[in-house]
Design a protein around this ligand. Structure first.
Ligand SMILES: NC(=O)C1=CN([C@@H]2O[C@H](COP(=O)(O)OP(=O)(O)OC[C@H]3O[C@@H](n4cnc5c(N)ncnc54)[C@H](O)[C@@H]3O)[C@@H](O)[C@H]2O)[C@@H](O)CC1
Ligand SMILES: [K+]
Length: 502
């Protein structure tokens, strides 16, 4: 991935960026001044003049705090500065800014909240290295209890900038001001919630420093995959736009139909559904431009393999409504293994994942080609029990590890959907509204991914583009959304995307 404005830097990479900027000739003192000034400006833009408590910690986050305190004081704000640490053990630039602070400071204590109407949280930022304990814990706890608005500098103190997890205690911010690039922890829950509104400020770090950082985490934005987006070509033909084959179940017939419509809407040239003969009339009666293939009377576990022999199908979707009862489960497993064996690109969702929960390694060892797994947390836990939530591992690491172990692109769903590639890259999706948590939305997502894969996008970018489109259509529809609406709202979103592209 080419690092751009959507690159996400871990706190360690941010520190490297900071050091590289200094090497490139930007004095550390100036960076800190710019950071503090940016926060002070954001505070003045958001809040009216009021008594403010600035909590400054022992590192450079605290250094920023001294700059903010002085800036606000110069603009006539009543400022109390509560410091935790030793000035003479701070970095040179932080010491210089601490000396430039014209007021007094007191040792950090919850007592200082008395009379404050705003709290600036500059205790710990990128340098947080352990659980919040002791006086810092008591202070943050008192801030939470006070209910006062908080402006966090870089990250709310106690929030791990890499994982989005709280280490001990975090006071939720109303506004978080960060610098140069966002961090993954700003976007992953609960981090996204704890940051409140996030403001990204330029503090004079040159873009060139990005080249020296091995950046492999990005926020999902159009610029990431717009070059690869498969717009229909004037001289194109439906056979150039791929043919998606979707496995339909016997009992739950809506799910795979939602996937089919989504694949069509996102531009697949042709879409076919392979369904049990007994359910064929239901499928066939409700689909017009989707071809519906009956899987034969006996519906043996091999029936799907015969359909797969047709090499025009270049992408296969298995899972939505596939079924897990009785023989269904074996049929689903055989369909998945057959698809993987013949090297077809595939999207495996829902029942296709759960079908392997007793023997996930059978699935994993069969994956050799382009494959996207789209679990929600429950399905993920069944396939990767060692990586499930109680493991204590954060969502980004879990998705990355799962991609590494399986060789598939793993799209781990949620408000902060993560798309992880086996090569270590990851994209965090941020545009999904709460309305998307509704039955059938995942089936639509699987269809979007398959439709993009069929048109030649790579699995990683197909999954990213699909997740973004999915969020965007949901935002367009808003409250009252049901899964049926999603595919049909896509044309508007695609037209806007195309206009932006042109
Ligand atoms: N990276 C950049 O480009 C810039 C960074 N700046 C600021 O510098 C910050 C990073 O500074 P530092 O690397 O000094 O790190 P921090 O200021 O975040 O904290 C490091 C200090 O906190 C202590 N500490 C860590 N976790 C603790 C815990 N749980 N309890 C008690 N003490 C703990 C460490 O021992 C160390 O003394 C950024 O977050 C940002 O606010 C800005 O000044 C300007 C530029
Ligand atoms: K902070």
């Amino acid at each position: 991935m080419t690092p751009n404005q959507h690159a996400l830097l871990t706190p360690q990479q941010m520190t490297q960026a900071d050091q590289a900027a200094v090497v490139a000739g930007v004095p550390a003192f100036r960076l800190m001044a710019a950071a503090g000034n940016a926060v002070a400006e954001a505070i003045r833009a958001r809040w009216s003049k009021r008594p403010v408590l600035v909590m400054a910690g022992p590192g450079n986050n605290g250094g920023d705090g001294f700059v903010i305190a002085e800036q606000l004081r110069q603009h006539g704000w009543p400022v109390t500065l509560a410091f935790m640490g030793q000035i003479d053990r701070m970095s040179e630039e932080a010491q210089a800014h601490a000396k430039a602070w014209q007021g007094e400071w007191q040792s950090l204590s919850p007592m200082q909240l008395e009379g404050a109407e705003l709290v600036v949280d500059a205790l710990f930022g990128a340098g947080l290295s352990r659980l919040i304990e002791g006086v810092a814990y008591e202070m943050l706890e008192a801030v939470v209890q006070s209910g006062l608005p908080v402006c966090a500098v870089d990250v709310p103190s106690g929030l791990d900038g890499t994982t989005g997890q709280a280490l001990g205690m975090v006071a939720k911010a109303e506004l978080t001001v960060t610098f140069f690039r966002k961090k993954p922890g700003h976007l992953i829950w609960p981090g996204r919630f704890l940051c409140g509104d996030l403001l990204l400020c330029d503090i004079g770090i040159p873009e060139s420093v990005l080249k020296g950082l091995a950046i492999n985490i990005m926020e999902n934005q159009v610029d990431l995959w717009r070059q690869d987006y498969p717009w229909p070509q004037q001289n194109g033909h439906k056979f150039h736009r791929g043919h998606v084959l979707i496995y339909g179940g016997q009992w739950i017939t809506g799910a795979s139909r939602l996937s089919a419509r989504a694949s069509q809407r996102v531009g697949a040239g042709l879409v076919s559904l392979a369904v049990p003969e007994i359910s064929w009339p239901i499928y066939a009666a409700s689909m017009l431009s989707v071809m519906v293939k009956p899987l034969g009377k006996n519906q043996s576990e091999q029936a799907f393999h015969q359909v797969l022999n047709d090499s025009r199908f270049n992408v296969v979707v298995i899972g939505p409504g596939a079924g897990l009862d009785g023989k269904d489960k074996d049929r689903v497993k055989q369909a998945v293994l057959g698809t993987l064996k013949c090297g077809r690109a595939c999207v495996l969702d829902a029942d296709a994942l759960t079908a392997f929960s007793e023997q996930p390694e059978v699935l994993f060892s069969a994956i050799h080609g382009p494959c996207v797994l789209t679990p929600h947390e429950g399905e993920f836990a069944r396939l990767f029990p060692h990586l499930s939530e109680p493991s204590g591992k954060d969502k980004l690491s879990r998705a990355k590890q799962a991609a590494h172990e399986t060789g598939a692109v793993v799209l781990l769903k949620g408000a902060d959907t993560i798309i992880a590639s086996p090569d270590g890259r990851a994209i965090i999706n941020t545009n999904a509204p709460a309305e998307l948590a509704t039955g059938g939305a995942g089936d639509v997502l699987a269809g979007f991914i398959a439709g993009l894969l069929a048109q030649g996008m790579t699995p990683f970018y197909a999954a990213a583009a699909a997740a973004w489109l999915h969020g965007e259509v949901a935002n367009e529809i808003g409250v009252g959304l049901i899964a049926e609406d999603l595919a049909d709202a896509l044309p508007n979103v695609l037209q806007r995307l195309k206009a932006y592209q042109d």
